[in-house]
Design a protein around this ligand. Structure first.
Ligand SMILES: [Zn+2]
Length: 373
């Protein structure tokens, strides 16, 4: 069966409520997915839905018993008046008629942007395609592309939280340091205040964490150190006074006095690893328009690309796997089926507010394989 031979089963002799038999409808793509493959996937809404179901991005409710009425079964129905998606899940029991949006519980939920455009944006984000180009190609407004690129970075933050672990341990060396980001001088001597960032990195494994901080006091930094580094770790830092307490807080502490030398002649201590990491991180930030409050999302983007995406067999699928860890439609299956009320997800305009994070947590935690500048 080719893509133009879509089968519909006419239910109740009503063409509008036809059940779409998507199972006959194969979308085969080779790995890794190229842009031409994405165009094939997006040739029709039927193909998009089929493909999204096949990779678990959209929930498959086919044949699931409706728990609202206990004897109807869900099937995919077509009704172009329903929403832009045209298709939705509907209980087969005429008296029940429970409807569920195909977007529920998924990466697509709560937005009125078409599935096609969301897939393309996600693909373009993976390959770091310039926002101006994406805006032009998809005919979307500036706010939409800014929002969606932010949503992609928020997935990174959530993934680092899910996979977070303390770094260090007995006789493991962790270098810590603070660095100021985003300090830029303009003409007429105007100076923009930068953002202090604190971080630590395991010298051998390159496992690391980064956090924006409002100040560099002992209280602020010690809390982050205790939250992110295991007791017994050998911590190497510069001579910033806030670190003086580390020796009495359960850590081995070595200091490098940078005003004298880069490597302590007696202990051999140095902080070259964290310093090259700062250079790499600063290089990874957008040149212009970096919003201070989004620094954490850029750091997590950097960490997630390094850890999960670069070098994977298919970067697009690798990121979709991460998306499904955060927006897992399977988890919501029972809720969707049993909810008493009709759960049609009304399309919502993209919000400026992050969807996942009501508050962006500062601390990021990651294991990096290659973190050198
Ligand atoms: Zn029902």
């Amino acid at each position: 069966m080719n893509i133009h031979e879509i089968s519909y089963v006419i239910v109740n002799r009503n063409v509008k409520s036809a059940v779409f038999v998507y199972k006959h409808y194969n979308v085969n793509t080779e790995m890794p997915i190229k842009l031409k493959d994405l165009f094939i996937i997006c040739e029709s809404i039927e193909k998009i839905i089929q493909w999204c179901i096949s990779i678990g991005l959209i929930l498959d409710l086919t044949g699931e018993v409706c728990k609202k009425c206990s004897h109807g079964h869900f099937g995919l129905r077509k009704d172009s008046s329903f929403s832009n998606d045209i298709f939705y899940w509907k209980c087969s029991n005429k008296k029940c008629s429970k409807k569920v949006s195909i977007r529920n519980g998924s990466w697509f939920q709560g937005h009125n942007l078409s599935l096609e455009k969301i897939l393309f944006i996600t693909y373009f984000w993976i390959y770091k395609i310039d926002q101006e180009f994406v805006k032009h190609e998809l005919s979307i407004c500036n706010q939409t592309i800014v929002d969606w690129y932010n949503y992609c970075r928020e997935v990174c933050i959530e993934i680092l939280k899910i996979d977070s672990e303390k770094i260090g341990g007995d006789s493991v060396i962790v270098e810590i340091d603070e660095s100021k980001f985003g300090k830029r001088k303009y003409h007429k001597g105007r100076q923009v205040e930068g953002q202090w960032v604190f971080g630590g990195i395991e010298r051998d494994s390159k496992k690391s964490f980064f956090a924006t901080v409002e100040n560099r006091t002992k209280e602020t930094l010690l809390k982050l150190i205790k939250d992110n580094i295991k007791p017994g770790t050998t911590i190497i830092s510069d001579c910033w006074k806030a670190y003086n307490c580390l020796g009495s807080e359960g850590f081995e502490h070595l200091k490098v006095n940078h005003s004298v030398n880069c490597v302590d002649p007696e202990t051999g201590a140095h902080t070259n690893t964290i310093e090259s990491t700062w250079r790499a991180l600063k290089k990874s930030l957008p040149k212009y328009g970096t919003v201070k409050s989004l620094y954490d999302t850029y750091f997590s983007q950097y960490c997630v690309r390094k850890k999960y995406i670069i070098g994977s067999e298919d970067p697009f699928i690798a990121f979709i796997t991460l998306i499904k860890k955060v927006y897992n439609p399977e988890k919501q299956k029972q809720t969707l089926i049993t909810t008493e009320n009709i759960t049609i997800s009304e399309p919502q305009p993209a919000t400026k507010k992050p969807r996942v994070l009501h508050e962006i947590k500062n601390t990021l935690n990651s294991s990096l394989d290659d973190f050198q500048a």
